[in-house]
Design a protein around this ligand. Sequence first.
Ligand code: GLV
Length: 314
Amino acid sequence: MALTFICPDRDTGPWIKALNELDPALEIRVWPNDHPRSKIEMALTWAHPPGVLKEYPNLGCICSMGAGIDLLLTDPLLPNPDLPGNPAIVRLIDQKLVRDMSEYLLLAVLHHFRQFDFYQARKEQKDWHPLGPLEKKENIIGIMGLGQLGKAAAKSLQAAGFTVCGWRNSQIKIDKIPSFHGRDQLEGFLSRTRILICLLPLTCQTRHILNRDTFSKLPQGAYLINVGRGDHLEETDLLAALDQGHLSGACLDVFQSEPLPKDHPIWQHPKILVTPHISSQTNPRSVAPQILSNLKRLRTGKALLNRVDIKKEY
Ligand code: GLV
């Protein structure tokens, strides 16, 4: 039995190397190379061609090569994991991914809070222009999405002295982090948030949640950091909110279209910091033990790690 990668746009080399370092006997195939589909028990996927998973009659597990599963869900022929006999769906998330995200967010928050963009612009004019110190307590950070990534980011921002609150779909109690939930509490959450971070999974409920209406509930001068998915954001609404001066700036790591097209206005916008979807990248060496552990669990009938709830879409 073997494992296959189905990820047309990604380099599988580092993944295969990391897995074979831990298990040299593991048989690994790469779609679409010729291989007996009936021998495959686990598929690692990223942007797989719709319908292709149906070719594998003995698949026990489909594993997203990242923490998000939204790309998997775009396949209308994705086998429903809740139906008997169909493969389970899992995702990859580990301490390194969680730590890297917290680090990126701390950096993005501090870059804004310590006004580095202002000084960078002054440098061009050789203008020595110190601004007064700001109050961390007044710059409340609101995190949308309080899963593993969101909770860890909240704790690291708190440890840096910021006041943090959170919002998610359903109720959750997290020690020392005031948490809002559901659409009814969204306005209360937004009205106190000066730095809004989106770490939500992309679902039918959250698509385009960062829109004109949402921005209008944020206080004047609020700042946006989007590390969720490009489709959380109505990009034209963001550009309008920045140009009207309601939002003071944004740091974007994800975009509706990636790579961000060269003629996109976001590239030129002076108030937007752009990074190319690198806030937290799955590291093959770091997640290889998790993949092998799930393969073992699959073979021995044990519960799989990081199983996805298809009804919740994450
Ligand atoms: C990256 O975006 C991921 O889903 O891990």
